[in-house]
Write a protein that binds this ligand. Structure first.
Ligand code: RIB
Length: 297
């Protein structure tokens, strides 16, 4: 059982389903509204836990109803929340999500996620020592992500960075990341190379990039810089929110199987995740993933 430490965001997703995306200044009637547990950090933690990893989450919520509901949800999925802080006077993070034809547009209001500090990580340093792999994203302050990388390196643990939402990564953070897991746009932004082709960027970081590409699956570079492809698993999408998070959670849950196999299972788990509503709604259990892979030639 892989021991995973996730450092990241916890959001309540406020999801409006609509037939078309609104234009600027336009008012539309939506088709439905739902709240779902979300946040890239929490999503990745839940994805890994459902697949059998022993997951600890390091994050922050507000002292409000969303925070309590999200904490209960993490615990119900078996995620250890002892290092999730609760701050009074600030809202739990939320994401306003417009869902249209299984695709989405998202506005994140970080709330308590913005208060997750390097000091919070120092208090929880034992969690880094106990982990087999540390996973982070970019929905908490960059200084905190950088400190997570520092602590992972200090304890000799692989540091996997999902550089989402997209931003240019400081060279020092990139250097401390064992593996980055962007999508195509995030890769270009992370490396500050908006005009470069993704294949060249992958080859330039041998063994250190696994790039998701929607229904096409994932591309990754091996230790010699060769670019390898894992094909996607065709499914009928209902809601693609959280597909990348599921890929990341699975990747670290299967870290000990090596990059190629972890990417393959990540793609399969990501495909299953889009078949149900909500970021976490379709994330498979280990039994569901095994059944899905077993039914493939
Ligand atoms: O990656 C999907 C997630 O991004 C959503 O759950 C939302 O909370 C945003 O953080």
């Amino acid at each position: 059982m892989t021991r995973v430490l996730v450092v990241g965001s916890i959001n309540m997703d406020l999801v409006v389903a609509t037939a078309t995306f609104p234009r600027l200044g336009e008012t539309l009637f939506g088709q439905g509204f739902a709240t779902h547990a979300g946040g890239k950090g929490a999503n990745q933690a839940v994805a890994a836990a459902r697949l059998g990893a022993k997951v600890t989450m390091l994050g922050r919520v507000g002292d409000d109803a969303f925070g309590r509901e999200l904490m209960a949800g993490l615990s119900a999925d078996g995620v250890d929340t002892r290092w999730v802080g609760v701050t009074a006077g600030v809202s739990t993070g939320i994401a306003a999500i417009t869902l249209c034809n299984a695709d989405n547009a998202i506005i994140v209001v970080p709330g308590a996620n913005a208060l997750l500090s390097p000091d919070d990580l120092d208090v929880a340093e034992a969690a880094f020592a106990e982990a087999d792999v540390v996973l982070a994203q970019l929905e908490v302050p960059l200084a905190t992500v950088e400190h997570a990388a520092t602590l992972a390196v200090r304890h000799g643990k692989p540091f996997v960075l999902n550089p989402a939402p997209a931003m240019r990564l400081p060279d020092s953070l990139l250097a401390r990341s064992t593996l980055i897991t962007p999508n195509e746009y995030e890769l270009a932004m992370a490396l500050g190379e908006p005009d470069a082709h993704w294949q060249g960027l992958l080859a330039a970081l041998p063994g250190r990039v696994a790039m998701t590409k929607g229904g096409e699956g994932a591309y990754y570079s091996d230790g010699a810089g060769a670019v390898l492809h894992q094909a996607g698993f065709p499914v009928q999408p209902v809601d693609t929110t959280g597909a990348g998070d599921t890929f990341n959670g699975a990747l670290v849950a299967f870290w000990d199987l090596g990059l190629a196999e972890a990417v393959r299972r990540g793609c399969a788990a990501g495909a299953l995740s889009v078949t149900k509503p909500g970021a976490q709604g379709g994330m498979p259990t280990l039994a569901e993933l095994n059944a899905f892979l077993g039914s493939r030639p």
